[in-house]
Design a protein around this ligand. Sequence first.
Ligand code: FES
Length: 281
Amino acid sequence: MSLDCPPSCPFVPDRSSALDFPMGQIRRFAPARAAGAGSAEAGDVDETKRNLLKLLAIAGVVGAAGGGLVGGTLQYAQPGLVGAKSYPTVQLIDVDGSPLTATKVMQEYSSATADLYLFNYPLTNEPNFFLNLAPASSGTPGATNVPGGVGPQGSIVAYSAICQHLGCIAPSISYYPPGTCPQTFKGLSFYIHCSCHGSTYDVTDRAANLTGPAVLPLPQVTLEWKDPSQGGDDSIWATGETGPAVNGHFNTLIGGYEVGATQTLTKDTPVILCHFGLPSP
Ligand code: FES
């Protein structure tokens, strides 16, 4: 204890009652108070309140930053509504890397083609069958001038390769060439059939449902053929899609990443199982 303690010193016997404060509370005297100016309370600064305010301010800043961080994280953690703004125009490329032309398709693909040829459109997780329904030779069943068909015989079509029942994906759902199974539908011996539960689709009529349990047709990709007789280069393009939304997608354009400017066909082996559901009413 200092003997020359000033009047404001808390240790002098006649100290002001203003100096009494609860245990644990820190009180600091502002310079004006220490100089004796103003009232007893005017220059006091309550350090506990100040520290509390500081803590609240820091917590607010940290909370705001943390909130932004959490919010930003949640933004990416939630299922993204990624997709395409509109249907892209995409050129189809053959499995050998060359641009797909109708001339080439008519030479190399037909209703009898057993291997599956697939391409993704409009999103990278939406595979489609690429089919030429024209008969391979006389006597081989086929179809020409079908709805949406392009090429010199209107026989080149593309349908979603995701079943409209529970979403089995090619090759579980496959194109069956003529005579693959003994069943025929509307006189047709070739169709798209899903081995998962027996749904069947009419490749000659917008992939309409032939047997259940699926009730909806497969979405059909809109194809465009650059007709050489009209000055085109014989190339084939995907430009849109009709029918219901691709199974598993709220909207065909939402739920995946948009494909690029070209899409190359991939080859797969079909799953063959002659197990059919009930005919569609
Ligand atoms: S998923 Fe194709 S019939 Fe069930």
